[in-house]
Design a protein around this ligand. Structure first.
Ligand code: DGY
Length: 350
C-alpha cells in the first residue's frame, strides 16, 4: 500500500487502526493514508517499508522512532505523532537532528490515569487482586468472615490513624490529579520528589496554593529517602527513561514502612522488579499495585511479581477508557495534521 500513493499529497502512516477516531483521517481528501492492517503491534519490517516517503507518522508505545526509522522514512518526513503521553520510544536527538517535529498526548489522559492510580492503591491495600481471584475460582468458602483475617492497611484516615501521608515520585499533572482525589480520603500530608530544575519561586507558590486548596497539614518537596521512610503509599508517577531507571530499587524499598503500598502507573523501568518481588516476599512493604512492569507485555504467570499474592497487576490500562482513548487518538491526529501542513500542533514536544 505504501508504494501506491498520489504524488503531491502528503503520505500519513498510522501504526494502528484508531477505531472511532479513524474517520477523522479517512475522510480527508488532502492526504494519502496508509494504516497497519492488523490489531497487534505494528510489524517493524512493514513499518520500515511503508514509512518510506511519509510526511507524517502516528506511532504508539513500542514503535521505536530512531535513526533506522528516519533513514527508512526519508528527508520529507516532517512530523511523528505518538498516541501517548510517554515518549521513551522516540529518540529525540534523532528527530531533532532531522528537523522532525514530535507530537504527544498530555492532559487528555490525566484524569483516567489518576482514577486508576487511586484504584490500584485501594486494591493493593485491601489485597483485592488475590481475594478477587479466590472468589472467581470458587474459594469463598475458605474465606469465612473473621475479625482480623483478610485485613490490610486503610487508605483513608481512621479514628485510630488520623494521619495519612502519600508520597509522589514525580509531581506532574497525573500526580496532582491523584492528590486531588486522595484528599477525599482524608489524606493529611503529601510529599514529593521533583526535578531539580523546577523554578523554585513558582513551585513554592504552587505548593502553597495546593496546600490551602486541599487543606493539607503538609505538602513538601523532599528527597527520595525521606519520601520512602514517611509515606503510607508511594506513587510512582515520574517519566521513564535512563534518568529514572530503577529509581525504586532495593535501597528505596528497604526504607519503606512495613504497612506501606507501592503504586506504579508510569513506566515499568522505574521499579526494579526483582527488588520489588523480594520486598513483597520478605514483607518489607505491605503490597503493590502495578499498571506497568519492566519487560511488559511479556509477563508470564511465572514472573516473580505475578506470583506475589499481594501484588495487583494490570496490563498497562491507565488511559484505557473509551472517552480518553478517543481524545488521545484525536489529539494524535490533530498533531500529525498540524505537522504535515506546517501549522500549529496542539501538543508539540519542544
Ligand atoms: C502513555 O500515554 O504514555 C500511557 O502510558 C499509555 O496510556
Amino acid at each position: 500500500a505504501g508504494d501506491a500513493t498520489t504524488p503531491n499529497k502528503p503520505k500519513v502512516v498510522v501504526c494502528r487502526h484508531l477505531g472511532p477516531a479513524m474517520p477523522q483521517l479517512e475522510r480527508r481528501t488532502d492526504i494519502d493514508l496508509v494504516c497497519w492492517p492488523e490489531d497487534r503491534f505494528c510489524d517493524r519490517a512493514w513499518l520500515l517499508h511503508n514509512v518510506k516517503g511519509a510526511t507524517g507518522v502516528i506511532v504508539l508505545l513500542g514503535d521505536a522512532v530512531n535513526e533506522e526509522f528516519m533513514a527508512a522514512a526519508g528527508q520529507q518526513l516532517k512530523v511523528v505523532s505518538t498516541m501517548s503521553v510517554g515518549y521513551e520510544h522516540i529518540e529525540l536527538q534523532a528527530t531533532a537532528r532531522h528537523g522532525v517535529r514530535v507530537g504527544y498526548t498530555p492532559d487528555v489522559l490525566t484524569e483516567a490515569v489518576a482514577d486508576l492510580t487511586v484504584m490500584l492503591a485501594l486494591m493493593a491495600g485491601r489485597n483485592d487482586g488475590d481475594l478477587y481471584s479466590l472468589v472467581k475460582t470458587g474459594q469463598w468458602g475458605n474465606l469465612a468472615w473473621s475479625p482480623f483475617k483478610l485485613c490490610g492497611p486503610q487508605l483513608s484516615t481512621t479514628l485510630s490513624s488520623p494521619k495519612r501521608t502519600v508520597g509522589f515520585l514525580g509531581f506532574g499533572r497525573i500526580a496532582q490529579a491523584t492528590l486531588a482525589r486522595l484528599v477525599g480520603f482524608g489524606v493529611t500530608h503529601a510529599l514529593y520528589t521533583g526535578s531539580p530544575s523546577s523554578n523554585a519561586q513558582s513551585v513554592l507558590a504552587r505548593d502553597a496554593e495546593l496546600k490551602t486548596r486541599y487543606r493539607l497539614q503538609g505538602l513538601e518537596r523532599v528527597d527520595a529517602d525521606r519520601l520512602a521512610q514517611e509515606s503510607d503509599v508511594v506513587f510512582v508517577l515520574t517519566p521513564g527513561g535512563k534518568e529514572t531507571y530503577h529509581l525504586v530499587g532495593e535501597a528505596f524499598l528497604r526504607k519503606m514502612k512495613p504497612l506501606s503500598i507501592l503504586v506504579n502507573t508510569s513506566r515499568g523501568s522505574v521499579v526494579d522488579s526483582d527488588a520489588l518481588a523480594k520486598a513483597l516476599h520478605e514483607k518489607w512493604i505491605w503490597g503493590a499495585g502495578l499498571d506497568v512492569v519492566e519487560g511488559e507485555p511479556f509477563i508470564g504467570g511465572d514472573h516473580p511479581l505475578v506470583k506475589e499474592p499481594r501484588c495487583v497487576i494490570l496490563p498497562h490500562v491507565g488511559s484505557a477508557t473509551t472517552e480518553t482513548r478517543l481524545d488521545m487518538a484525536t489529539r494524535a491526529i490533530d498533531n500529525v495534521i498540524g505537522g504535515i501542513f506546517g501549522g500549529e500542533m496542539p501538543s508539540e514536544l519542544k
